[in-house]
Ligand binder design. Structure first.
Ligand code: MN
Length: 418
């Protein structure tokens, strides 16, 4: 598929993150308007609330853009998702007969403030990257016990907190927590000294389910994807995680990028999961290419300084796809709902520079990394700005993800001061 041309000139470049091929969905506000749904095209945003009010978009089952979140469209199901995409391709394509009316509903991205694009109903995070799980397992339990015995048979996950999810650009306050380092005889309560990122992709479930769903049904339920940073306090995690998994270590915040990249836009980039040591049980067995070829990058900028790229990897390194995670999630009969967010798990590749967390990059702090500024890092310092970016590279076009950033604020002096 080639670059699709739009009458919005800034969209017609091979390196534009938001060409007509992409059409990512967000929620924005300006100095003159409250938060509302919009679609990015080139350097602009088309105001979909205004389009719907003007009768340019009518999906047939009542308004969906009278609210500042995408859940109402999601709940109408995959047919409506396809209808909207087709209508937007028509409206924004070169030669559109509605160009002059639409020009009045365009806002420059530089004038917009982005908000969470959907109401997050629930949040589950997985541990589905083999390189990450092997690295972390080796550090926490030794090389012989790196991968737990279940790891190659099911995607391990834990129930996170929907309330922790924030949009890119939100500041992240270093948490306090209960810690017990190797030199401590008793635990103590202190600010985390090992605050970290996790580079992940978030899958957004778009329709409800009651009871187990097949892998193909699970794939059809996914509305789209965002970049996701699962901020992690490693010192809190190391002390609290056994036997029920992470709790407060992961509850401070989870940042997501502001634009939902639809499954339709990513369709040309599907690729296979890696070779498997064990054939998966039938309900989890791949039914086709289940991953996507998406280049990913992590940059770290110390306060007031230029950023350094600290990792480059690709989503195709994952062992389990989002559809496999969703299918597994539903096996018990667990109801899934529109707005459910599923974190992929940290995306690391086999090489050292492909690791998606500082825990792995600095090998638990034993091998600090050196930034372009000459400074070193084992974990995040106050004032650091961390940015995840991602793009799928097509033949003459790019499907960009909006950046996912957050700046670390110092821990409160006294978290119980009133
Ligand atoms: Mn995670």
């Amino acid at each position: 598929m080639p670059l699709l041309h739009s009458w919005v000139a800034s969209a017609n470049h091979g390196d534009s993150p938001f060409p007509l091929n992409n059409l990512p969905y967000g929620v924005f506000s300006t100095a003159h308007s409250d938060p509302r749904c919009g679609v990015a095209i080139g350097q602009m945003i088309l105001d979909l609330q205004a389009c719907e009010e003007a009768g340019l978009i009518d999906l047939g089952a009542g308004p969906v853009f009278d609210v500042p979140f995408w859940n109402e469209l999601m709940e109408q199901g995959p047919e409506a998702w396809g209808d909207l995409r087709n209508r937007l391709l028509e409206l924004l394509g070169q030669g559109s007969t509605d160009q002059s009316r639409l020009e009045g509903f365009m806002v420059a991205q530089s004038d917009a403030c982005m908000h969470l694009p959907f109401l997050v109903s629930e949040y589950t995070d997985f541990y589905a990257g083999r390189h990450h799980a092997t690295n972390v397992g080796t550090m926490f339990r030794g090389a012989e016990n790196a991968l737990p015995p279940n790891w190659l048979h099911l995607p391990i996950g834990y129930n996170g907190r929907a309330s922790s999810v924030v949009v890119s650009g939100s500041d992240i306050r270093r948490p306090w927590g209960q810690l017990k380092g190797p030199d401590d005889t008793l635990p103590r309560f202190a600010p985390s000294a090992c605050f970290d990122l996790e580079l992940e992709l978030g899958a957004i479930v778009g329709t409800d389910s009651f009871g187990p769903v097949t892998l193909d049904e699970a794939d059809q339920m996914i509305f789209g994807y965002v970049l996701l940073n699962d901020w992690s306090a490693r010192d809190i995690q190391a002390w609290e995680y056994q036997p029920l998994g992470p709790f407060q270590a992961k509850a401070t915040a989870t940042s997501i990028s502001p634009w939902i990249i639809t499954k339709a836009a990513l369709e040309p980039f599907r690729c296979d999961t890696p070779a498997r040591d064990f054939e998966l049980l039938p309900h989890l067995r791949d039914t086709g290419p289940m991953l996507y070829d998406i280049d990913l990058e992590v940059t770290l900028a110390p306060q007031g300084k230029v950023g350094s790229t600290i990792a480059r990897t690709n989503y195709r390194e994952m062992y389990y796809s989002s559809a496999q995670q969703l299918a597994h999630h539903s096996t018990s009969g667990c109801p899934m709902t529109a707005g459910d967010l599923l974190g992929s798990g940290t995306i690391s590749g086999p090489e050292k520079h492909q690791r998606g967390a500082l825990l792995e990059l600095s090998w638990g702090g034993k091998e600090p990394i050196t930034l372009d500024t000459g400074e070193s890092r084992s974990f995040l310092e106050d004032g650091d700005t961390l940015t995840l970016s991602g793009a799928a590279q097509g033949d003459g076009f790019t499907i960009g993800f909006g950046d996912c950033s957050g700046t670390i604020l110092p821990a409160l002096k006294d978290p119980y001061a009133r």
